[in-house]
Design a protein around this ligand. Structure first.
Ligand code: AMP
Length: 367
């Protein structure tokens, strides 16, 4: 595996970081890598992807296409990814060559909600109550066990609220299972959370781990809308959240940036941190770090996967990051004119509903 000096000083392939996926996350990893003199190559099935606008090279091909994989692998020193649904054979292809960071175990666990919940439970972290569902009779038994309302989620390929359905009565059980395609699923009890939050950590190959301040997240239509930092949680909940991220990263022998999404429950006794899910990648709720922290999550990820020392995660003020979703982007000119804002557009042409077109960060320096 190529390390720091090889990455930065050589002009051969060890100085090239490969990224699977061509979306805005890959675009921002590429922009960060360029600050360290590292070129990025992208592998994506999409033509004219946001990352391709800034990358040194883009291979357009299916992730399962051996010819595309061979062409891509011949020119990169390290391969990372911007999304968790990398097909297992693709991950193995790069892992067998010793160049995949983070590794394939993080992908296998986070691609499957059941494996993910089992993993989190096995390392002692609290999660929502859940049951495995393979058949409609499993679902009936699970609903009886956990009580309704509850949320039925497909084990695989769910994101931004897709692949899940809330069941509120016994009559809805069979239709809910069939509307999700009768695929393997889990049933989750509803968590009466006071807040959704996330914690973003980076772990280097020597085990050094650094963690950003906890972010408070507000969703609209299941899509992240606003992130605020610092989160309005107690010091002890913040410590629990950071410890959870540290534990996840070390148990997975993780290299790179990992995000742990959280539910914060509050009552008279205090706050309780539950893990919702793990994203084995940089995350939308970490975009604030570009201007709001001494090192951004994207720089930190590049540092970790390329064997460079991790940077400081010190926060630069009170921060709000707002996503520009769909038509929000038409506010762009007004946002540009606003003082103290840091706007980012991802180079997407069509503003479809629900599509993440860009984001804006506001940093209020602390006195
Ligand atoms: P997920 O795809 O699992 O992250 O779920 C998307 C969103 O649905 C979360 O961000 C929550 O707002 C909500 N949600 C998911 N699971 C639960 C749960 N067990 N209890 C309450 N809300 C949930």
């Amino acid at each position: 595996m190529s390390e720091m000096l090889a990455m930065v000083n050589k002009s051969d392939t060890s100085g090239v970081l490969g990224i699977l996926g061509g979306g805005q996350l890959a675009r921002m990893i590429t922009q960060a890598a360029s600050d360290y003199g590292i070129r990025c190559h992208i592998l994506t099935p999409e033509r004219d992807s946001p990352a391709s606008h800034v990358a040194a090279r883009t291979v357009v091909g299916a992730y399962e296409d051996e010819t595309a994989l061979t062409s891509f692998a011949s020119e990169v020193g390290v391969v990372t990814y911007e999304f968790e649904n990398v097909p297992a054979p693709t991950a193995r292809y790069f892992e067998n060559r010793g160049i995949l960071r983070p590794g394939s175990r993080a992908l296998a666990i986070t691609q499957d909600r059941l494996l993910e919940k089992d993993f989190l439970t096995s390392i002692g972290l609290a999660v929502a109550p859940y049951r495995r569902v393979d058949t409609v009779s499993d679902l009936k038994a699970a609903a009886l066990d956990l009580g309704l309302p509850a949320i039925l989620k497909t084990r695989r390929f769910g994101y931004d609220g897709k692949g899940q359905i809330r069941i509120t009565s016994v009559e809805e059980i069979a239709p809910a299972f069939s509307s999700l395609g009768e695929v393997p699923a889990i049933l989750e009890g509803i968590v009466p959370f006071a807040m959704e939050a996330s914690v973003i950590a980076a772990r280097a190959s020597d085990g050094e781990t650094s963690i950003f301040d906890i972010c408070e997240n507000e969703h609209t239509n299941h899509i992240l809308d606003v992130t605020r930092v610092p989160a309005g949680i107690s010091a002890s909940a913040s410590l629990d959240a950071k410890n959870a991220a540290r534990l996840v990263a070390s148990e997975l022998e993780y290299i790179g940036v990992v995000t742990v999404e959280l539910f914060i429950e509050k009552d008279e006794a205090g706050e309780r941190v539950l893990v919702n899910e793990i994203a084995p990648r940089v995350h939308n709720s970490g975009h604030w770090t570009i201007e709001g922290a001494a090192t951004s999550q994207f720089h930190q990820h590049v540092r970790a996967v390329c064997g460079l020392p991790l940077g400081s995660t010190t926060r630069r003020g009170v921060i709000e990051m707002k996503n520009l979703i769909g038509e929000d982007v038409h506010d762009w000119r007004r946002i540009l004119a606003e003082a103290g804002t840091y706007p980012h557009l991802y180079g997407k042409v069509q503003a479809r509903p629900g599509r993440k077109m860009g984001h804006v960060t506001r940093v209020i320096p602390e006195a």
